[in-house]
Design a protein around this ligand. Structure first.
Ligand SMILES: Cc1cc2nc3c(=O)[nH]c(=O)nc-3n(C[C@H](O)[C@H](O)[C@H](O)COP(=O)(O)OP(=O)(O)OC[C@H]3O[C@@H](n4cnc5c(N)ncnc54)[C@H](O)[C@@H]3O)c2cc1C
Length: 395
């Protein structure tokens, strides 16, 4: 039957596309359904035409490392390895008391030395980010420097997040550059994956129902049938989708937290931005968590930066004014302005128990749950989950 699939994947972020690609490679008849008009989810590179070379700017995911072994294997399979481009190693600055300062200048060195030895003995398990890092950096360093850096990494208040979900240790592949991107940014990976798959974009799925042999999925374009479903949406969207077909799983997922991030990207001419090249800005207080700069790959004429704002505090106009005041530029200098709402899980104490309960309920079900709300939010964490879920539901 035309509308019947072995697997329907809901959500075309890296988790959904990687899951679908695995299924496709295993000769399954697979369809990806995405609610937005574009694929990629948190992978979102805006591209600006320019006479010299196109300029891209990351509105979400920005850094992939040589420790992301599953991602490297995927890039190899997609034939993208020879298109990888290195990134310059630059420093972050910190915005504190309305000034951009160097991060080392904010550190209390004596306190750091007298606490750092705990790094070798203290375990991350069963500790929050706040508990663990306060112990190894000292309370003043944690409050004035590290807490802001971790909030910036996770785009949310990070102190209550389980410590073992942040900076998961993985072996580096030293034959590959430490971090890398592609000619038009990281969405290059998404485009290569999407090329191999059947995808319906602009079709939000509201609910799925169990049938005798699998699932029925209702989209604006009609009803689709599948033997199996992979739900690859943010966690609360997954909870909503599963309310009818798997109410007990939906109930567990509803306990998970989620945050929204209002991301704003700007592009300016090089000569209009007085700030020296930086990796980005970590905000010690104020309206945004961090900004991520495009300076890591120099462009002949243009520079760009994406600011990740806390939700609900500023209007779009106020965000632009704030960006211009932080960077010391005139609003008229902004050549391009981009907006995106990003969504991330907000795991707290008890998150691992919640996921263990969800996994127990998934046993023997023709349903896979993939995404960034399992072991961690990094791209490699998503691919790790894809690997284990695909192994569970594969024919
Ligand atoms: C600002 C930011 C910066 C980041 N930087 C990095 C980084 O540098 N390195 C790193 O490793 N990780 C980074 N991350 C984390 C990482 O990018 C994400 O965790 C990962 O990309 C999530 O992928 P995903 O496919 O699981 O979810 P998403 O990318 O959120 O994709 C989910 C998809 O599901 C779709 N969807 C939702 N509901 C429905 C529905 N009802 N029907 C159909 N489709 C639906 C959404 O539209 C979306 O496309 C960053 C995240 C953010 C937000």
């Amino acid at each position: 039957m035309k509308n019947r699939y072995d697997l329907i994947v809901i959500g075309a972020g890296i988790s959904g596309l990687a899951m679908a690609y695995k299924a496709e490679q295993a000769d399954m008849h697979v369809l990806v359904v995405e609610k937005e008009s574009r694929t990629g989810g948190c992978f979102h590179s805006e591209v600006v035409a320019d006479d010299a070379q196109p300029f891209w700017l990351e509105m979400g995911t920005h850094t992939c490392f040589n420790s992301y072994g599953r991602l490297l294997a995927l890039l190899e399979k997609l034939g993208l390895t020879d298109q990888m481009q290195g990134r310059e190693k630059l420093r972050y600055r910190m915005l504190a008391d309305d000034k951009l300062v160097s991060i080392p200048s904010r550190l209390h060195i004596f306190e750091l030395i007298t606490h750092a030895w705990r790094l070798f003995s203290l375990q991350k398990e069963n500790r929050s980010v706040g508990e663990y890092y306060r112990a190894i950096t000292g309370p003043q360093n944690y409050n004035e420097v590290f807490s802001h850096a971790f909030n910036a990494v996770l785009c949310q208040p990070a102190s209550e997040v389980p410590a073992d979900m942040l900076f998961r240790k993985r072996p580096r592949n030293k034959a590959i550059m430490r971090s890398y991107t592609f000619p038009e940014g990281l969405s290059w990976i998404i485009a290569a994956l999407a090329d191999q798959l059947e995808i319906k974009t602009g079709q939000e799925i509201h609910s799925i129902r169990r049938t005798q042999t699998g699932y029925q999925v209702e989209t604006a374009a009609g009803v689709l049938l599948a033997d199996k479903i992979a739900c690859a949406t943010p966690v609360l969207a997954a909870a909503r989708l599963l309310t009818t077909a798997h109410p007990e799983i939906a109930e567990q997922l509803n306990w998970a937290g989620e945050v929204e991030i209002e991301s704003v990207g700007i592009v300016v001419k090089k000569e209009h931005l007085p700030l020296e090249p930086v990796a980005g800005i970590i905000a010690a207080d104020g309206f945004f968590y961090s900004s991520v700069s495009r300076d890591i790959v120099a462009h002949p004429h243009l520079r760009g930066m994406t600011f990740h704002f806390k939700p609900g505090l500023l209007t779009d106009d106020e965000k632009l004014q704030h960006i211009c005041s932080v960077l010391g530029i005139a609003e008229s200098a902004v050549l391009h302005l981009f907006h995106k709402t990003n969504r991330l899980p907000a795991p707290g104490v008890g998150h691992h128990q919640l996921i263990a309960a969800v996994d127990a309920l998934l046993t023997d079900q023709p349903l896979a749950l993939v995404g960034n709300y399992f072991a961690g939010v990094a791209v490699e964490d998503c691919l790790e989950r894809v690997e284990s879920e695909f192994a569970r539901i594969a024919p």
